[in-house]
Ligand binder design. Structure first.
Ligand SMILES: [Zn+2]
Length: 152
């Protein structure tokens, strides 16, 4: 997978994040790609669906539906923000071998743990991902606190 592909798929994840923000939700998007083919996109929909578990990555995997184990094990998960432990756990469960992360300056908890499970991480340091998160944290701090399990 070339860095051009990474940039292209991160663009899709970023579009999802922007859609989520426009819907009044938390601006985090994700894409699941298998051998260069997009299987599903997703975005954090905690607010939109009143859900406790629909983060960008888990929404994306849910949208992809039930897949054979071998598909997960040869897929790449793109996410605009460094995964929380719930999403990291899902990736470890299904043995997704690689995660491409838009940014990890706003939030980063699970990266060492993911690496300890043999998952390859690529961090793109995409400023647009940072800006969406910073805007939400400034304008809707209570939403962000809720998403990472804190009281505002
Ligand atoms: Zn998560």
């Amino acid at each position: 997978m070339s860095s051009d592909d990474d940039a292209r798929f991160m663009e899709l994840a970023l579009q999802q994040a922007q859609i989520g923000w426009d819907e009044g939700g938390i601006p985090i998007g994700a894409v699941l790609v298998h051998r260069g083919e997009v299987l599903a996109v997703g975005r954090n929909r905690r607010v939109q669906l009143g859900s406790a578990i629909r983060h960008g990555e888990t929404d994306c995997l849910e949208n992809a539906g039930r897949l054979p184990a071998s598909v997960y094990r040869s897929s790449v998960l793109y996410t605009t923000l460094s995964p929380c432990y719930m999403c990291a756990g899902t990736a470890v469960l299904y043995e997704i071998p690689r995660i491409v992360i838009g940014e990890n300056s706003t939030f980063s908890t699970s990266e060492d743990w993911l690496r300890s499970h043999g998952i390859e991480l690529t961090v793109l340091d995409d400023q647009r991902c940072v800006e969406l998160m910073q805007r939400m944290i400034t304008e809707r701090p209570e939403l962000w606190a809720e998403d990472i399990g804190e009281e505002a």
